[in-house]
Design a protein around this ligand. Structure first.
Ligand code: GLU
Length: 295
């Protein structure tokens, strides 16, 4: 049975840091299609308070409605939910699978540069970033306490190996189901290393809030681009530790430029706005510019 032959709750969860482009249109339409006779939900992921803009939220609603999509309201807005993320973080603290880390980006870079082989030889995550070297991971509880009282800025990092080991004990296995391939995938705990789950001033990060909200909205099929497939190795561990139900995942192909380059807001790719201005009709845009939405 194909995923869309079942009723799913799917979602599209854009960050209002720019206008939507063709890749977003594809992702949203895919999520709606995969919902089958279930429901398609829109969620605004605006925890990056420095980059979010109110007018981009309005533009998201407008572009999606133009594409013919509809969704239940009120829309969940992540910046309204910091207290809820904090409760989830506290649960992870109680489980002792997170630790505070004071290292700045420069501290991490400097540390890696003086290791044998330097940056070139250092392990990287699927996004090409250096794996966190574990500074502050093994400091004594007394020193940790003293530093937390000092008031410096720190981030909460997931102890990825410990968290995965605990999740494995709790759940018996550690896999997620990839609906696009109809296969179960074994979680690799070290894929991203000890990621940041929250900061001192913002009690969440993408990884924590996405897991909390997919559970809060009963999402049964998380639909998103292939570029986030690696993150699922973190998300599945968090779901088990937070005792959330397990959704399936559908990581779809990314829309690419003719030269194979990925579309991105930052690279100034042509947005849906442009095509609307050119007089495109939504059906025409879908037919001419988006890869086949057949599953
Ligand atoms: N908010 C994320 C983004 O705009 C998507 C998160 C997700 O689909 O899990 O890239």
């Amino acid at each position: 049975m194909k995923p869309q032959d079942q009723a799913h709750i799917t979602r599209f969860a854009p960050s209002p840091n720019g206008r939507l482009h063709l890749g977003h249109a594809y992702s949203a339409l895919m999520a709606q299609k995969l919902a089958g006779s279930g429901s398609f939900i829109l969620r605004i992921e605006d925890i990056d308070l420095g980059r979010r803009r109110r007018h981009f939220i309005d533009a998201i609603y407008d572009d999606l409605a133009w594409l013919g999509l509809s969704w239940p309201t009120p829309v969940m807005i992540q910046s309204d939910r910091f207290d809820i993320y904090k409760t989830a973080l506290n649960k992870l603290r109680d489980l002792d699978v997170v630790y505070p880390c004071w290292a700045s980006r420069a501290d991490i870079r400097d540390y890696i540069n003086v290791q044998a082989g330097g940056r070139e030889a250092w392990p990287i995550d699927p996004d090409g970033a250096a794996i966190y070297p574990g500074l502050y991971k093994d400091i004594s509880p007394a020193k940790r306490d003293a530093m937390m009282w000092e008031g410096g800025s720190y981030a909460w990092r997931l102890d990825s190996e410990k968290a995965a080991a605990l999740a494995r004990v709790k759940n018996g296995s550690l896999t997620y189901f990839e609906a696009s391939q109809q296969e179960s995938i074994e979680i690799i705990p070290s894929l991203y290393g000890d990621v940041i789950l929250a900061r001192k001033d913002i009690p969440t990060s993408y990884h924590l809030s996405v897991v909390v909200d997919d559970a809060a909205q009963d999402i049964s099929l998380v639909t998103r681009g292939m570029d986030l497939q690696g993150a699922t190795h973190i998300h599945r561990v968090l779901q088990i530790l937070l005792e959330y139900p397990e959704p399936d995942y559908y990581h779809h192909d990314l829309v690419r430029e003719a030269d194979g380059r990925r579309l991105s807001k930052r690279a100034g790719d042509i947005g849906i706005e442009y095509y609307r201005g050119q007089g495109y009709r939504p059906e025409q845009l879908i037919e001419e510019l988006l890869p086949s939405l057949t599953l």
